[in-house]
Write a protein that binds this ligand. Structure first.
Ligand SMILES: [Fe+2]
Ligand SMILES: [Fe+2]
Length: 178
């Protein structure tokens, strides 16, 4: 089995263990304990997974990917937690507001909420704003942003209950990851 596939399988297996990782918790405690962040527990992301749980999983996978490479894992952990902080139920959002482009617009809404409630720096703002690339046209400015992209797609597929085949994971693996 190649090294990339071993890492991907380890990331999925380890993603449930975030609460036991004190170094990770130390990077994100203020966000985890914040009421605005916790309010994402009332919104379903995919299947039975809440937005809050989805964001924690994306955050922890992106954190580990960055740690494995000696990259800025703290920024990845924090931007991952906030990447979907749009704070509405996207299943009913279009019907209630007439706004039908959640997939394209929610990164900016999440970034603005993250700035408003957590005063995050420019690097983390960019990681959140660009997390839907290539659906949105501009790619992330920082290499750590690609870990959020990948972790988000991986978690989305898992939440849908899709049977994830190795070839599909290989196809999604960003070339920036090596
Ligand atoms: Fe998103
Ligand atoms: Fe997401």
């Amino acid at each position: 089995m190649n090294a990339g596939r071993v890492e991907r399988e380890e990331l999925i297996q380890k993603s449930a263990l975030w609460a036991q990782d004190q170094e990770y918790i130390d990077c994100v405690r203020d966000i985890l304990e914040n009421k605005v962040f916790q309010s994402m527990d009332q919104f379903i992301q995919h299947g039975h997974t809440t937005c809050k749980d989805h964001c924690i999983q994306v955050s922890y996978i992106a954190y580990q990917m960055c740690k494995n490479r000696g990259w800025d894992s703290r920024s990845a952990a924090r931007a991952g937690l906030l990447h979907d902080l749009f704070l509405y139920d996207w299943h009913t959002h279009a019907r209630e507001t007439g706004e039908h482009f959640h997939g394209f617009t929610h990164p900016r809404v999440a970034m603005e909420n993250a700035v408003r409630y957590f005063q995050i720096p420019e690097k983390e703002q960019n990681m959140i704003l660009r997390h839907m690339w290539p659906l949105t046209p501009v790619p992330p400015r920082y290499k750590e942003g690609y870990t959020i992209l990948y972790a988000d797609k991986l978690c989305g597929l898992t939440e849908f209950g899709a049977h994830i085949k190795a070839w599909f994971l290989v196809a999604l693996w960003p070339k920036q990851m090596g």
